[in-house]
Design a protein around this ligand. Sequence first.
Ligand code: IPM
Ligand code: MG
Length: 362
Amino acid sequence: MKKHILVIPGDGIGPEVTTWGKAVLEQIGTEYGHKFTFDEALMGHVAIEATGNPLPDETLTKAKACDAILFGAVGHAKYDNDPSAKVRPEQGLLKIRKELGLYANLRPIMLFDELLDASSLKPEVLRGTDILFFRELTGDVYFGEKKRSDDRNTASDLMIYHRYEVERIATKAFEAARSRNKRLCSVDKANVLEASRLWREVVQELAQQYPDVETEHMFIDNAAMQLVKNPKKFDVVLTANLFGDILTDEASQIAGSMGMLASASIGDGTGFFEPIHGSAHDIAGQNKANPLASILSVALMLEISFGLKEEAQRITSAIDQTLKDGYRTGDIADIHTEKSKILGTDAMGQKVLEYLSKSAKN
Ligand code: IPM
Ligand code: MG
């Protein structure tokens, strides 16, 4: 198989972790005889510094022409504390999601047994959890009209959804539920918000076409509570952009760390694969970041964009083995025992490559 992959390392720990995602792709390519070619492009703070634009035209052109995108992170502390900044790194990410029509963000909460103790939640609450979030990614308050009054004392972000936007992501979520444990929980705030009432209406209508899927509706506040109380009750969770952003950060603690969660953004064209964590400037450049979310993003790319299930499985197994042998980055170190062998980003990435080689057929 021949595929051209665009790597967008971005800001903070982005370049450190995508290095290892790319290395894993290269190794899989060599072993299986796939020809993966790579290009690189700028986005976020680094792009603002170089061109003044968080998503330069050149990046967008390359993104539209490639077969899949491996992305790191965007963001910089300097903008976080400056609400008046007109140009922000995150605008690059939001624009590329919109331009590429990436309306469905899949965030699997995959639990490695070895990491049960890395979570602040009790192992018996976590064991057996397997959730797939479908977060809508190109609508909601993220993209609704933003206003600021002339006197600057009033501001608003419009929460807006169109029927077709809810329909297309809900269809993907129902299809996924059908191939999993046949349970779908749609999360909204329909007791208060009109946009959520449309959301619920559309999901209810669509549910009739999926009688084999057990559909449930839950308010976001309740869902946030249920997620830590009894995460096992969830299978597929379908929700809007903002609610999904918040719920998946919360859910990352089920998997032990933000550093473990990968995501796939899909829709009209090229797939976009990224860790759910941000640029983590506090640890950037220190060889401390966990590269596993980027490596797991590559597994998602192989499976979802290229249909290479076996290769994807090999990556997940290599990570499993790495964790079983006690190797950890700081964020997933076992707090209860002394058994963790703490590694930096590079050594951890290298370990996964080693386990991949060891498991090779010949
Ligand atoms: C995410 C991030 C982004 C979002 C930011 C960086 C714009 O938090 O992908 O979850 O809010 O969608
Ligand atoms: Mg987020």
